[in-house]
Design a protein around this ligand. Sequence first.
Ligand code: NAD
Length: 496
Amino acid sequence: MSLEQSTIDLLRASPAPVGLNFINNKAVSAASGEVMPVISPIDGTQLTVLAASDAEDMNRAVAAARRSFETGCWSGMAPRERKRIMLKWADLIDRHALEIAVLGVRDNGTDIRMALKGEPQSAADTIRFYAEAIDKRNGEITPTRHDILSLIHREAVGVVGVIIPWNFPLMIGSWKLAPALAAGNSVVVKPSEEASLSILRVIELAAEAGIPPGVLNAVNGRGAIVGETLGLHMDVDVLGFTGSGGVGRRLLEYSARSNLKRVYLELGGKSPNLVFADAPNLKRAARETAASIFRNNGQVCAAASRLAVERSVYKDFMEAVRAEATAMRIGDPLSLAFTTGALANAAQLAKTRVAIARAAEQGATVYHGGNQLHAESGGFYHEPTILTDVATEMDVVQQEIFGPVLVARSFDTEEEAIAIANETVFGLSSVLWTRDLSKAHRVSNRIKSGVVHINCYSGADITAPLGGVRQSGNGSDRSLHALEKYENLKTKWIQL
Ligand code: NAD
């Protein structure tokens, strides 16, 4: 889609809608009538308000989801029919893609080029992928004695709760919604209070496409209130979550305190990027290194925030990364003049500032950047920042910032590079650059992470799983395997 500034400007000038709940295919206010402000990261002003729901609203949504599941209006439908409706939904998202993307940028600050591709367009593709898969999935017959017929059925689990973060609500949301719905479940979504408007629009479009009432619901509000109610609910069978480790731990507790619901966690990371001197193309590696941490201001779960470069090329490589960072244009995310937008909220900006200050206190050197930008706009902008002279024990090496901050150092041996890769509690993603095939396999076998990129960063598509190991989470989004999270296996053992 070719982007015109005038079209974007027209869309941004329209009043932002109020973020209502969506229950039984109806947009409704919170039962209490309470609302909370939505702040624009572009200029810090109030954009609109969002329903500040409480337990009553969440209980209504879960009851609607349960009712729809038990009637079989969706769960009992032929998979081919579910596919037809989901494909229509994806087409509607495509048709409204720019409108949805602009709405999303207005409440989370991602630059419009990335938002369009990474949000509505990626959500539509994800929905198509699972819709296309679901009527091609057979059950199994197990190899038993001749007088027994042993069947394995895949069944929808029931009611799925989906809790999502603010960085890519549509991409991440659809990685959970699409397989859960394709498998026949009913769903309740708890969007992030920091970025809800685009996903609410997409959920409205699901109703327009023909998803029956009660099958896909959304409840807005504070995580500690409605998120907790969803997590503790006795009638929710599975929780799919992307967000911080702290909230992930709470969800496991909620499960233990309630009905032992399955909990799938996609948590944060502190992903390593290892550049060996024999990388096939150091210029490309430098370009992708900068993109891997500075695009969307580092608010990407798989951001490669820890760089380690073989000593013989360290100095030149760092200069090349600095040149890439310098070339980035940070500013209004809805202006095509800029390449990177705003941090999503004031708290993320503050977290970035504090992390840089703390790193300096602990002995790190600011090699590039380090400053807030465009403070006069009221928005949340920051320079891409590179810190050197860092060591394993520093907070800036161990803790996820989710901001535009890269820590960098050199290494001498393969062993040292592997030790650096594994020096944190996380294990979501990793990158390594070498033209030596054996070394690439040797090193990637020993890196503790769910994904290893070799001689590239990102680009992995919906066909391949994304999931963390260690404290980056469990279970995987994307790929056909994601369907298994939202299904039960039922054995039928039949005496003939
Ligand atoms: P967060 O954990 O603060 O919030 C995520 C969601 O949980 C929000 O919808 C929030 O309302 C809800 N929540 C908050 N408290 C809750 C509670 N007590 N009970 C239930 N729900 C609650 O995370 P965030 O700040 O929105 O997102 C940033 C974090 O997400 C980062 O740590 C980042 O690494 C992680 N993340 C991970 C991935 C991944 O795929 N692994 C992707 C994106 C973001």
